[in-house]
Write a new protein. Structure first.
Length: 319
């Protein structure tokens, strides 16, 4: 394809996207479910209504769905999405104009405030959660959201998290047979405050309870980061314990994590610390030098600083 043809195709694609985008005040408004499905079927997959509906629903029902004159059950829509090879998360994300959910925006705001050392933003959120809940009072999530804010503030000021917060969060995680995306986002903020017993329990249960959903959304990154945080705390507090090595070994067997460079490099630092704490100091130094060489190769200055700051803590017990 020539550059002119490629440019024309890109312009055509942009025009097609804009023709199906509704703007109000600069905000992309959400599609209706029917129009969203029609966009996928016609503009993306180029499927006829007959080919899409065959054996699943009547073609006339499909047309009514796409024109929003009927609302089929979700159980009827999922096979249609499967036929077009459209993941449900892609369908619902498109329907909402690719906007993040309220839950996702909350965790992004916490991460942004923490990374930018924005104490005032976290204090505003903390004050919000101190006000009485008007709904969902019987559910644990508002309390867990407040704990995340408290954890971010505690980490920023190098202070402990209240025991009541830790107890509430751990009671919640013990009750969950599976850890979904929300649960992993909460757990990501807790390792620094957990007892040795809780760290070991999380290490033993993380992949068991999250494995089924690790390929969903950004769960692989969350699980990987929690593994590293938990292993870090275990090595600092229990250098002679084998749980950290066990957790890192499990993480190395997960396909979704094997090609994540930052995860792999961070894991190598922890493996070097384990070797050092087991008396294999030469092997530890070899691994560490290789880590620095890799970080230097990729101009990863921030990671070099992170390794330099973390390494003395990891080998504190035998230094």
């Amino acid at each position: 394809m020539s550059l002119d043809d490629m440019a024309r195709k890109i312009i055509s694609t942009v025009k097609l996207f804009l023709s199906h985008t509704y703007l109000f005040g600069g905000i992309i408004m959400r599609f209706t479910p029917g129009k969203t499905f029609h966009w996928f079927r016609v503009d993306n997959r180029h499927f006829s209504a007959t080919a899409t509906a065959e054996g699943l629903i009547n073609t006339s029902t499909l047309h009514r769905f796409e024109s929003d004159t009927t609302s089929p059950y979700l159980i009827d829509v999922l096979p249609l999405l499967d036929r077009l090879r459209i993941d449900p998360s892609e369908f619902f994300s498109r329907e909402q104009g690719f906007n993040h959910t309220q839950v996702a925006r909350f965790f992004q705001s916490i991460s942004s405030a923490y990374e930018n050392r924005d104490v005032s933003a976290l204090l505003r959120l903390q004050k919000f959660f101190e006000s009485p809940a008007t709904h969902e009072a019987a559910l644990p999530y508002r309390h867990l959201d407040a704990i995340v804010v408290n954890a971010a503030l505690a980490m920023m000021h190098d202070k402990p998290l209240p025991d009541t917060d830790v107890a509430f969060a751990m009671a919640y995680f013990h009750q969950q047979p599976n850890w979904l995306s929300y649960d992993l986002h909460v757990l990501r903020w807790l390792p620094s405050f957990l007892s040795k017993e809780d760290l070991i329990w999380v290490a033993q249960n993380l992949y068991l309870r999250a494995l089924t959903f690790i390929e969903s959304l950004d769960n692989a990154n969350s699980v990987g980061n929690i593994s590293l945080d938990v292993a870090t705390q275990l090595i600092i507090s229990l250098p002679a314990d084998h749980t950290a090595a066990y957790l890192l070994r499990l993480s190395g067997d997960v396909t979704a994590l094997q090609k994540k460079m930052q995860f792999s490099i961070h894991r190598k630092v922890l493996e070097a610390a384990i070797a050092f704490n087991q008396g294999e100091t030469i092997q530890a130094q070899i691994i560490l030098h290789r880590v620095y060489d890799a970080l230097d190769l990729f101009d990863s200055e921030w990671d070099e600083r992170m390794v330099s700051a973390t390494w003395p803590k990891l080998i504190h017990a035998v230094s």
